[in-house]
Write a protein that binds this ligand. Structure first.
Ligand code: HEC
Ligand code: HEC
Length: 243
């Protein structure tokens, strides 16, 4: 999205907010909602609010799913992956397919506006300067035994020795990563993206880690793949059943 259209998107949003009822509350049609059909909504803030905020958070963070405002995530995934996932969804998770080819509600143009929009709004082009980031998708086979070791080094102090979670975090309880009911709702790429990009707003570091001391170093691409493989060994064919 270029600067001009972003500015007009902002203006459109500002006007909309100042115009009570223009979001089309039932029974209260606003001046604009009478004329703008859903597939004609072309400004990023409205598209994001209507389709994504419920799961990814109002400000692209602190939602139930990965933060789309995390600049490290945006730099490593890139517009193409974001556009593909937005159109096609993630099978087996609650991430819907929004593209019309997949029976979603959004036109190709709207999907493109969303993918470019998150990057334009929340991306920081220089965020990876000076680092050698892992690839977005894994390109090797994971070794669960090595993954358990890497988990102990990089994750256990917050997520517990075996991944069951801890209450050690200042903000409160950290949930289990090895509960089959959790793993049933998240893909391997979802886990990988979380490990690579972290959750800055909740003090989970990105792959560069923030381990104190002389041994401090970023995780390798292979270690990330191995941790995902180890977490995957806890998946159950019958999640939700007693185990
Ligand atoms: C009903 C909840 C829900 C809604 C609504 C939703 N998402 Fe998601 N989204 C998820 C979940 C859950 C995942 C993680 C899926 C996984 O495990 O891979 C996800 C993953 C993603 C990813 C991929 C993250 C990665 O690992 O690379 C992108 C990109 C994304 N969503 C964009 C969007 C956009 C854009 C919208 C709005 C058009 C949207 N999502 C709406 C739940 C949702
Ligand atoms: C400094 C503490 C800290 C470290 C180190 C850390 N995490 Fe986290 N992590 C958190 C917090 C806090 C959350 C958000 C709270 C939650 O989801 O329970 C989180 C969330 C997650 C999530 C998302 C859970 C969800 O509900 O979707 C995954 C996956 C995850 N961490 C994996 C890891 C892995 C794997 C490592 C090691 C490579 C790691 N984390 C290292 C603190 C940490």
């Amino acid at each position: 999205m270029n600067g001009f259209s972003l500015t007009s998107a902002l203006l459109a949003c500002g006007l909309c907010l100042g115009n009570i009822g223009c979001n089309g509350a039932p029974g209260k049609p606003g001046l604009q909602s009478e004329t703008v059909r859903p597939n004609q909504v072309l400004d990023f803030p409205t598209l994001y609010k209507q389709n994504c905020a419920a799961c990814h958070g109002e400000e692209g963070k602190l939602g139930a799913a990965i933060s789309l405002s995390n600049p490290v995530y945006l730099a490593i995934s890139g517009v193409d992956n974001i556009q593909r996932v937005t159109a096609s969804g993630v099978a087996g998770t609650s991430m819907p397919a929004f593209g019309q080819q997949a029976d979603g509600m959004l036109t190709d143009r709207q999907v493109a506006i969303l993918a470019h929009g998150v990057v334009d709004w929340w991306g920081r082009p220089d965020v990876l300067t000076g680092s050698a980031p892992p690839s977005y998708a894994s390109n090797s086979v994971g070794d669960p035994a090595q993954g358990q070791k890497a988990f102990t080094t990089f994750c256990a102090r917050c997520h517990g020795a075996d991944g069951f979670g801890t209450s050690a975090h200042g903000e409160g309880q950290i949930g289990s990563l090895v509960d089959p009911a959790y793993l049933a709702l998240v893909s391997d790429q979802g886990l990988r993206s979380a490990i690579i990009a972290g959750f800055p707003e909740q003090n989970m570091p990105d792959w560069r880690s923030d381990l104190p001391g002389p041994g401090a170093r970023p995780m390798t691409d292979q270690e990330i793949t191995d941790i995902v493989a180890w977490l995957g060994t806890h998946r159950s064919p019958t999640p939700g059943q007693p185990y």
